[in-house]
Design a protein around this ligand. Structure first.
Ligand SMILES: Nc1nc2c(ncn2[C@@H]2O[C@H](COP(=O)(O)OP(=O)(O)OP(=O)(O)O)[C@@H](O)[C@H]2O)c(=O)[nH]1
Ligand SMILES: [Mg+2]
Length: 297
């Protein structure tokens, strides 16, 4: 049996979290159309009879403007130290830019086999795909090339089988039934944050954090209270919405995902609170579970 680690790296919005969910067949990481969705390392575990692959999703690497950004980048770089294979996930439908160069340099420095995952080919024609692959080929000695659509591909067998070849012999590293190593409360908080990303605009999505205050299993149901933190007083009414409509919408949609995760009925109560400039405070970033919380700085 083979077992080992794969780190997913790439710019924000490239489709890393979409790919990890598709590979493990469950939503372990949240996805949104807004860049910088993922804020911390998340593991998705795929177990087959012949192999176990631990995929690590990372925050998209980008130019830091706040403390949270710096922590997210560091997290992404750290992940690349302890893996057997790196997937460099790129959005093939947008032109190569400075951001790609930055990520590519980081990936090169790791000195590991790198698979170039040319994602979102559903948005490209064959000529563009070829041109794009050729240009990436010139940039680095990638171990493998995989043009694909993380969102629409039905099978990832080829990618998984090829990855297996690069992994060492070894036993199970996680129990075969475990799909994510994320703490349950963190996964629930992320599902709420995903809806915030979906429904709010401009600076609001990135200013929001979610914290689970209480979770109680009673009979067949689960009762959850959670707080959405925003950075400024002016953001609070937007998060709540007219007559509480926004908060309600976030709650209703998040509850559906949480019920799927917990396999039971969920009662979700949401609150909104202002936490001044939380994105620039290390202890708050850690408290909410972002940017490698709990790890040594
Ligand atoms: N058309 C198309 N869209 C895709 C594909 N893969 C991902 N997306 C979309 O791209 C957006 C970003 O996807 P994510 O998986 O959140 O990207 P990410 O790389 O994890 O982004 P960060 O967490 O911000 O670093 C979402 O709207 C996805 O639905 C694809 O293969 N085709
Ligand atoms: Mg992501």
């Amino acid at each position: 049996m083979k077992s080992g680690f794969v780190g997913l790296a790439g710019r924000p919005n490239a489709g890393k979290s979409t790919l990890i969910n598709a590979l493990v067949g469950e939503k372990v990481a949240i996805v949104s159309s807004k860049p910088q969705t993922t804020r911390s390392e998340i593991r998705g575990i795929l177990t087959r009879e012949d192999c176990q692959i631990i995929f690590t999703d990372t925050p998209g690497i980008h130019k830091p403007t706040q403390r949270l950004d710096a922590r997210m980048n560091k997290e992404a770089f750290d992940v690349m130290q302890g893996v057997d294979v790196i997937y460099l996930v790129v959005d093939g439908s947008v032109p190569f830019g400075k951001g790609d160069e930055f990520v590519l340099e980081a990936v090169k420095n790791a000195g590991l086999p790198v698979f170039l995952i040319l994602n979102k080919i559903d948005k490209m024609d064959d000529r563009d795909i070829m041109k794009n692959l050729v240009s990436w080929q010139k940039r680095y000695e990638f171990a493998e090339f995989f043009p694909m659509s993380a969102k629409y591909n039905r099978s990832f067998l080829d990618l998984i089988n090829t990855t297996k070849k690069y992994l060492p012999e070894g036993g199970l590293l996680y129990h075969e039934e475990i799909v994510s190593d994320g703490a349950e409360n963190f996964r629930i908080a992320e599902m709420i944050r995903e809806k915030i990303l979906d429904f709010t605009r401009e600076e609001i999505p990135h200013a929001a954090a979610v914290k689970i205050d209480n979770k109680e299993f009673r009979k067949d149901a689960c009762y959850i209270q959670a707080t959405i933190l925003v950075e400024k007083d002016s953001q609070k009414p937007i998060m709540i919405g007219k007559q509480g409509k926004m908060l309600k919408r976030i709650g209703v949609e998040a509850r559906k995902d949480i019920e799927k995760l917990l396999g039971r009925k969920v009662y979700l109560e949401l609150f909104v609170r202002v936490e001044d400039e939380w994105r620039n405070h290390d202890h708050l970033i850690s408290e909410y579970g972002y940017g490698g919380a709990g790890k040594d700085e």
